[in-house]
Structure formats: C-alpha cells, structure tokens
Design a protein around this ligand. Structure first.
Ligand SMILES: [Zn+2]
Length: 77
C-alpha cells in the first residue's frame, strides 16, 4: 500500500512537470509560426469577407472595419 501511494505521487509529479514544460517551452507542431511575432487582431471585411490585420483595415463612419476604401464607400460608410 505504501508503494502504491509513492507511485501515485510520482505520477502526479510527472504530470505537473510535463504540464509546466508544455506551458513554458516549445510550441506544438501544429501552431502557426507567425504567432511568435506578437498578437495581431484579425478583422473581416463586411463587404467581401476578407480577413486582414486590424492595423491594415479602414474604419468606416459606423465603426465597422473594411479591407479597403472602395469597400468602405460601397457599404455607404
Ligand atoms: Zn472588402
């Protein structure tokens, strides 16, 4: 019974160590490489549905974000 407790303790310690390593270290293989460049908010144009960085978007009078001046104007903003 004593060994069972010790084994459980070792398993818990291993899981904690593994979680800490995953949280701090190497990202999983499936992750996008540009995520390292910093968080970048993506918005979608309500006219054509194009996704673009918020910094590149054109803000309309209604507060909506468009991909270009043409789409902002075509939406009546
Ligand atoms: Zn657009």
């Amino acid at each position: 019974m004593k060994y069972l407790l010790l084994l459980a303790l070792l398993v818990v310690a291993y899981l904690l160590w593994r979680n800490a390593r995953l949280a701090r270290g190497a990202p999983p293989a499936g992750r996008k490489p540009d995520a390292a460049a910093g968080p970048q908010e993506m918005v979608s144009c309500p006219v054509c549905g194009l996704h673009l960085p918020r910094a590149d978007a054109v803000t309309g009078a209604d507060g909506l974000l468009y991909c270009s001046q043409e789409h902002r104007l075509s939406a009546g903003g």
